[in-house]
Design a protein around this ligand. Structure first.
Ligand code: GLN
Ligand code: ZN
Length: 768
């Protein structure tokens, strides 16, 4: 009989209990015991939720106080010496690695964070050096398993595999050589994993789920012997333990050639992201005893699964393998990337809510699939209701906004292009904007003060009228403009006081998005976000920012920069639709923004910034898919920005992009923006050389100070940075600005920072 399972569950608790407990502990308001008590309650609660929904195989060890990657690092001893030798206890050391520690004379920085594959979840990057040694330092995976087992659950421990752990790690600062091949540490690391597996087996585990999502990357193709040796060593270390090797977020492709021969008892594949791999996988495992875990219920989206289609896939697998016992129906990945339950959404219309399936409901879906495979009649009413809901959703989607689709279909090639080349436009713009050499500007936001947030909260609650709120915002903008004039900046901004978030703000004003009350997903540690959901064709019913930009421009003689979030960033930081491609959604948002951009120009705004910090993170996992993605990403931006005249200065901004990647650099060039500002204060001239290498001829504003830090660099220090830029770029192309927006700074800090920046630019004008 086919069994059901999920690969992991959200950790936060239905009402964000774990987040609150963590923050209370960090601020000293509660003890470690109190924190652990909440953790235990919530851990057990997730097991009972899964079981109640009918999931048969319960994952353990996916609950984490901060990050599951950090958990395994701490367990097998991937702990850099400064933390290992800090004298801190296990829990404090763990949090020191996660978020730094500054207490009682111990001063440790946090470790770096990175995005977990192509998700918006950040993990703590494991660090390796030539001298790294490993050992079992925590019994967490075993404790979690034993706890669940004692409580009566059919538990399957989950750990991130050693090859993925090294592949997503980096060379630590203490290494002798920056180019040290961290994979050479694998045998040592695998030996400790072997010990851990043996202990799990001793503790009664029959199965273990080892996550190796690196198998869905090109990189794994060169790691076949590493996989073979490692998993052979596991088979020896824990001969009775069945290993389920879990892959997700993509396709195995050629990596299947060696994966199929690994000594594993089960293989998990993602059939939402890569349904096309099923045939090849079935053929590869058919004549073995391997159990196949089918990822049918998406762990990455919030939509109801089409159970009829999923059931057909599962039946096909059972038929091919000839034995239902060899099939598990499962979520595609851990459900940690989805919110906990739709039951906490009280404000969405019932028909909309009916389209959604969050973690709890997804558990019920895998259970229904398993039940239906056993006995079709047992699940017939659920399947019927599901079919109806899926159909209603499809009908809605098909008809949601024909005008948008028609408009998109009618786009002509010239709609992607500015009227003239940059060389022509830039002269017109310099004249029009009356810019000096080394023009100064900022990235958009100024301090989001407590007062601003309090006013917004009162307005959202209905405690103050929209007139009162708007009047407050106008006063705020007046103040921001006055301050910038005093700082001596050349191109001003309105400061974004009206925005709760750079994506949510636009989502709320565009048609096609809905918002939840409690659909939190983990970004990192105790930080959770509530992404907007794209439910239908996107359009712009009325102007969104024109009112504020126009008002701000009326207050000053200096050019006022309009401020928008770009189509790719809006898409990447939302839950996308599943019925149409990301490409179509990005283009629709691009079209909606196009109207805003032209309206802004018509309202007298001559510089418009369209932020695209998320272009990099939308990059597909496989290199062969990059070109197609970057093409539509760039075109969506061009669609948004090319409706203006030559006199309009179109700007874009990127914070954490991978500028060393030539393809990304070329795409940034292809945006054909008149200026791009980038985070650069810590990188010196290195990144700029790659701009030069791709013959970037437009203007660039490399950040001259770090906006994450309260530190005020001297104007001399910033001047030296400008000098370094001029060694690589033509000085007529260089703008002077911070790394990113200033919303997290205080007024005192950013005033001093901006004043010093302006002084640096004035000196550059005189001396360079
Ligand atoms: N305009 C935004 C701001 O200044 C840009 C933020 C970002 O790049 N993440 O806050
Ligand atoms: Zn930024």
């Amino acid at each position: 009989m086919a069994q059901s399972s999920v690969l992991g569950f959200p950790r936060v608790g239905p009402m964000r209990e774990v987040k609150k407990a963590l923050e209370a502990f960090w601020s000293g308001k509660s003890s470690a015991e109190e924190l652990q008590k909440v953790a235990t309650t919530e851990r057990l609660r997730t097991y009972s939720i899964m079981k109640e929904q009918g999931v048969e195989i319960i994952p353990t060890g996916t609950f984490s106080l901060y990050d599951h990657v950090l958990d395994i690092s701490a367990t097998v001893g991937v702990v850099p010496p400064q933390y290992a030798n800090s004298g801190l206890n296990e829990l404090d050391r763990y949090f020191a690695m996660a978020r730094g520690h500054q207490k009682n004379g111990v001063d440790l920085p946090a470790q770096e964070m990175q995005k977990w594959f192509d998700s918006n979840y950040h993990y703590i990057v494991p660090e390796f050096t030539e001298d790294s040694t490993f050992s079992l330092q925590s019994t967490k995976p075993i404790d979690d398993f034993v706890e669940a087992k004692k409580a009566g659950y059919n538990a399957r421990p989950v750990i991130v595999g050693p090859i993925t752990l090294i592949a997503i790690g980096k060379v630590g600062a203490a290494a002798k050589s920056e180019s040290f091949d961290t994979m050479t540490l694998l045998p040592k690391l695998a030996a400790v994993y072997g010990e851990l597996l043996a202990k799990l087996s001793e503790a009664g585990a029959e199965w273990v789920q080892i996550d190796e999502p690196v198998l869905c990357l090109d990189r794994a193709a060169s790691l076949s012997s590493e996989f073979k040796q490692t998993y052979e060593s596991f088979a020896k270390a824990a001969p009775k333990l069945n290993i389920l090797l879990a892959t997700y977020f993509g396709r195995l492709d050629k990596n299947l050639d060696f994966v199929k021969d690994l000594p594993i008892a089960g293989l998990h594949i993602d059939l939402d992201r890569a349904p096309e791999q099923l045939d090849a996988v079935l053929a590869a495992v058919k004549d073995k005893k391997t159990v196949l875990s089918l990822g049918l219920v998406s762990g990455r989206n919030i939509w109801k699964t089409d159970l009829t289609a999923a059931l057909a896939t599962a039946k096909k697998a059972i038929e091919a393998l000839g034995d239902a016992k060899r099939v598990i129906v499962a979520s595609t990945s851990s459900l940690q990337h989805t919110p906990i339950t739709t039951a906490n959404e009280k404000k969405l219309p019932a028909d909309v809510l009916d389209w959604f399936s969050f973690a709890t409901e997804k558990c019920a879906e895998v259970a229904t699939l398993a039940a239906a495979l056993r006995d079709a009649s047992s699940a017939s009413s659920i399947l019927e209701a599901n079919e109806k809901s899926i159909k209603a959703r499809r009908d809605f989607e098909k008809n949601s906004n024909p005008a948008v689709r028609e408009r998109l279909a009618a786009i002509k090639p010239e709609d992607y292009n500015r009227k003239s080349d940059f060389s022509v436009r830039s002269k017109v713009q310099r004249e029009h904007l009356k810019l000096p050499l080394f023009p100064t500007t900022t990235i958009g936001s100024f301090p989001q003060t407590k007062e601003i947030r309090a006013y917004r909260a009162r307005f959202t609650k209905g405690d103050i009228s929209s007139e009162e709120y708007e009047k407050f915002l106008e006063d705020e903008i007046r103040d921001v403009v006055k301050r910038q004039e005093a700082m001596g900046l050349d191109v001003l901004v309105h400061g974004e006081p009206e925005r709760n978030d750079m994506v949510q703000y636009f989502g709320e004003l565009l048609e096609g998005f809905v918002f939840t009350q409690n659909a939190w997903v983990q970004s990192f540690g105790s930080r959770y976000v509530r992404p907007p959901v794209i439910v239908s064709d996107v359009s712009r019913p009325t102007a969104m920012t024109v009112r504020w930009s126009k008002f701000a421009q009326s207050l000053t003689e200096k050019p006022m920069k309009g401020m928008l979030t770009g189509p790719v960033t809006i898409l990447n930081w939302s839950f996308p639709r599943a019925d149409v491609s990301r490409e179509i959604q990005a283009r629709q948002i691009g079209l909606a923004l196009r109207d805003e951009v032209t309206d802004l120009e018509q309202a007298g705004i001559s510089s418009i910034q369209v932020d695209e910090p998320a272009i990099r993170e939308g990059l597909p996992l496989r290199e062969e898919d990059h070109t197609a993605y970057l093409k539509w990403a760039v075109e969506s931006f061009r669609l948004a920005t090319s409706g203006v005249t030559d006199a309009c200065n179109v700007v874009s901004h990127f914070c954490y992009s991978d500028f060393a990647n030539r393809q990304i650099m070329e795409s940034i060039l292809n945006l054909d923006a008149d200026m791009v500002s980038i985070e650069n204060s810590k990188a010196g001239a290195k990144i700029l050389r790659t701009f030069r290498d791709v013959k970037y001829s437009q203007d660039i504003g490399p950040g001259v100070f770090d906006i994450h830090s309260p530190r005020v660099p001297t104007s001399e220090e910033m001047y030296e940075r400008i000098v370094a830029f001029t060694k690589v770029l033509d000085k007529s192309n260089i703008w002077v600005n911070p790394d990113c927006g200033l919303k997290t700074r205080t007024w005192d800090e950013c005033t001093k920072q901006c004043e010093a920046m302006v002084q640096a630019a004035i000196k550059a004008r005189k001396e360079l």
